[in-house]
Design a protein around this ligand. Sequence first.
Ligand SMILES: Cc1cc2nc3c(=O)[nH]c(=O)nc-3n(C[C@H](O)[C@H](O)[C@H](O)COP(=O)(O)O)c2cc1C
Length: 346
Amino acid sequence: MSQLRDLLHSSAPVLALAPMQDVTDLAFMTLMARYGGPDIYWTEYLRVHTVSTPEKWVVQSIKENTTGRPIIAQMIGNDIPALIRTAKFLQTLPIAAIDLNLGCPAPVVYRKCAGGGLLREPKRVDALLGALREAVTIPFTVKTRLGFDSPAVFDELLPIFARHSLDLLTVHARTVLEMYRSEVHYDYIARAVAAMPCPVMANGNVYSAAKAAEVLRHTGARGLMIGRGAIRNPWLFTQIRQHQRGEPLFVPRGRDVLDYIRALYEAVTTPGIRESSQVQKMKKYLNYLGLAVDAEGQFLHQIRRVATREDFFRICEEFLGHDRPMSLEPFQLALKETDLLAGEHL
Ligand SMILES: Cc1cc2nc3c(=O)[nH]c(=O)nc-3n(C[C@H](O)[C@H](O)[C@H](O)COP(=O)(O)O)c2cc1C
């Protein structure tokens, strides 16, 4: 049996860390594992086109995976021979499955009719899945959104997904044009669970153990894929498991969150990188974490303006050097236009 099929046969809900470009690299996944971590990881997507070669750092995150948990390699693209060539190479690596991205909402991707752009062309999806299912001898999975500009196409997509013997379907229950901030249409995940012959994983806005339980109950999904909630709260997977077992939840204090930020800084430091670039890099993670620090958005406002390590940690200590419990659920901040530009994924 494969690692993925073993997991899907276990009794507990399967918990996955969502693939996230420039976030879920080897360092980040290794750090997540230290906090309890998910049951399974996904790589950032590998960009596949006629002359592409697999990105070295993504291949490294597979080869050097020491989390003790399986990892799935994700591809994005629409060129069938190139996808097959890449899938054949990936199958020589220690991966649990190959996943196809049918959801990326970045205009530079969807305009080329890849990622979420493919959802405008169900016939093309059908052809792609047919070719890949035939070429991939290990488990093959798909991560999709509900449609491009409307979820109406989802009813057309489901029979296509069902036809190709997928091993798992992950549904991020938004359309492509809804990007990351709209409500999540969990009803459509329940529809996928009812229609698909394979297990379905629910994705979108799972930020707490209580929300995880609610989404599982509402959708009947086999598991949960969690992205931004895990950047914000690395204890989230452990809390969900504790909630499932009826145990009291570990609730981090301000100082625990501060320690996490310090560990993240160490983990993602590239040797030789300038301090200002390292601080810039940290702001990317804190764009998510910052939403859970104070309701006024003061922490995020100040952290976005620092340039040195010293100022960065002075502000972190000012806001997080305390022993009060933190839920790490995001506040609905009234973000300014400039702040939104800084992070379309907020
Ligand atoms: C920074 C960032 C990068 C992402 N990169 C990818 C990616 O490479 N592949 C993919 O399928 N989804 C990607 N996503 C989407 C997430 O996997 C996930 O579907 C989405 O964030 C919703 O889940 P969440 O509410 O738990 O964050 C990305 C999301 C974010 C925030």
